[in-house]
Design a protein around this ligand. Structure first.
Ligand code: MLC
Ligand code: AMP
Length: 482
């Protein structure tokens, strides 16, 4: 085993060496200072029955922040579970991760021991020692994310990966303890949890979770840095009053999906800010970003962040010229990469080479200055809707469980608000093809998988276009107007 330095992740929380604030972390209107958070997080960790992993029902609450922080301070792997995950998805995450206990609101079908999450110290909690830091190569978090087929995969990220990713962003964005970060994103993904919350607890900025990320909620939350997925920014751009309220910010940052150029332009008019756009993945943290002190170019995601390195490969594996035009497959390397997909060594080996380069599945161009533009994804089966990554395959599998559904193909169609909206093309008996079945299909996915994976639309079709091998020709379907 190679030796590794002790983790310094969550430095500002562990060391309490930067100025504290009574509202260092605010979620849903409830606040903790950093010292207060450290005390309850350590108390939570002391209640854990064993070395985990700990499944945390990651509602946007202070309890989620306490539980996740406690696990990280104690070096116990944490597994955030989407709070709206249906029984099938919850059971998969709990079983696949090998979680040994559950924190947060109970969910049907989960029979793990429940660990209470304190948000105020009780007498017995006082004076619990801060755990010694684990090696930074240890697993910090397992984030479940969709692939093109099958159930979500557990992305294993070490303390080192999170720290390297966050520190890269500190450099790119001039992000310091003087900042106040505001966002209203879910606390079970990279963007809202790892960057918004853990980034702040590492760098010492205050962080305010706004609740649902509405334009009004952002406008009502004073901050220096606002994070949003493009859907959030699209909605802000349609609300001039809310947009203008953000003019005094230091940075407005967009990521998790492509920011439409008209939204960039409209927000520049309304707020005076050219948004910082950054590109990342659950597997890689944030790879590319425009810089606080550099050029912001609409439609482009900028330069490698921190120690991240990128390269573009042609279909034959050859190099792609840095001419700003030739499209290549984007590959990434650096200390912020994941360690692999949990329990899936073969799937991991398909994308993460022994040379340390990870094939993202995204297509990009790079110009002579090293500026990158993301052109799209190689597979039509990975959908981004509202910034959520959703596999067409998992929705198809879920829908095929309904006896009426004979065949189904799920696509992400362009959508002004969500970027892509999930549309299910279903073959059913003519007598079954009615609104009631369509509504039941939507409800079925929302309950079986999760709310944000539900199709926004169901289209009944007589057949699906297939090639000679019987494979559905989704690219052909995308070209046909609905
Ligand atoms: C919401 N609703 C529900 C529900 N959840 N109803 C029943 N059950 C549930 N579980 C209701 C709401 O109350 C609301 O009703 C309506 O549905 C719409 O809610 P919404 O929250 O506005 O949903 P929607 O419009 O679909 O979502 C837009 C969004 C959301 C932007 C808020 O997509 C979102 O939070 N996206 C963020 C995804 C994300 O963080 N991705 C990062 C991945 S990490 P009503 O009646 O009030 O309208 C990553 C790496 C990187 O990508 O690079 O960052
Ligand atoms: P996730 O694992 O949920 O983080 O999703 C990662 C995917 O989101 C990437 O592979 C990209 O396809 C997409 N993505 C993230 N940020 C951007 C961006 N700024 N522009 C375009 N696509 C993005």
């Amino acid at each position: 085993m190679t030796s590794s330095s002790p983790t310094t992740l969550l430095r500002a929380l562990r060391d309490l060496d930067l100025p504290d604030h009574p509202e260092a972390v605010v979620v849903d209107g409830r606040a903790l200072s950093r010292a207060g958070l450290r005390e309850v997080a350590v108390a939570f960790a002391s209640r854990l029955p064993d070395a985990g992993p700990v499944a945390v029902c990651a509602e946007p609450t202070l309890e989620t922040v306490v539980a996740v922080s406690g696990c990280l301070l104690a070096g116990v792997p944490v597994v955030p579970v989407p709070p709206d995950a249906g029984p099938a998805e919850t059971a998969h995450v709990v079983t696949d991760s090998g979680a040994t206990c559950w924190a947060g609101p109970r969910r049907d079908g989960v029979d793990l021991p429940l660990v209470e999450v304190p948000t105020a110290p009780t007498a017995g909690d006082r004076g619990v020692d801060l755990p010694e830091p684990v090696a930074e190569t240890e697993t910090a978090i397992v984030l479940y994310t969709s692939g093109t087929t099958g159930a979500p995969k557990g992305v294993v990220l070490s303390h080192r990966a999170l720290r390297a990713g966050i520190e890269g962003l500190a450099d790119a964005w001039g992000w310091t303890g003087d900042d106040v970060v505001a966002h209203g994103l879910p606390l079970f993904h990279t963007h809202g949890l790892v960057l918004g919350v853990l980034g702040s607890l590492h760098l010492g900025s205050r962080v305010v979770h706004t609740g649902r990320p509405t334009p009004q909620a952002y406008a009502a939350t004073p901050a220096t840095v606002y994070f949003g997925v493009p859907t959030v920014w699209t909605r802000v751009a349609r609300d001039p009053e809310a947009a203008r309220a953000l003019s005094g910010a230091r940075l407005l940052v967009s990521g998790s999906a492509p920011l439409p150029v008209p939204v960039f332009e409209r927000l520049r008019e309304l707020t005076g800010h050219a948004l910082v756009e950054r590109y990342g993945m659950t597997e890689t943290m944030i790879t590319l970003s425009t810089r606080a002190d550099g050029e912001r170019r609409p439609g482009w995601v900028g330069l490698p962040v921190g120690e991240a390195r990128t390269r573009l490969r042609a279909e034959d594996g050859g190099e792609v010229p840095a001419d700003g035009e030739t499209v290549g497959r984007l590959e990434v390397s650096g200390p912020m990469l994941f360690d692999g997909y949990l329990n899936l060594p073969e799937t991991t080996a398909e994308v993460l080479g022994s040379d340390g380069w990870f094939a993202t599945g995204d297509l990009a161009v790079v110009d002579a200055d090293g500026f990158h533009r993301i052109v799209g994804r190689e597979s039509v089966d990975l959908i981004k809707s509202g910034g959520y990554r959703i596999g067409a395959g998992e929705i198809e599998t879920s829908l095929l469980a309904l006896p009426e559904v004979q065949e189904v193909a799920v696509l992400g169609l362009p959508d002004e608000d969500l970027g892509q909206r999930i549309v299910a093309y279903a073959v059913v008996a003519p007598d079954d093809a009615d609104d009631a079945l369509a509504a039941r299909m939507v409800e079925h996915v929302a309950a079986d998988l999760s709310w944000h994976k539900r199709p926004r639309e169901v289209r009944f079709v007589p057949s699906l276009p297939r090639n000679a091998m019987g494979k559905v020709q989704k690219k052909l379907m995308l070209d046909v107007p609905g």
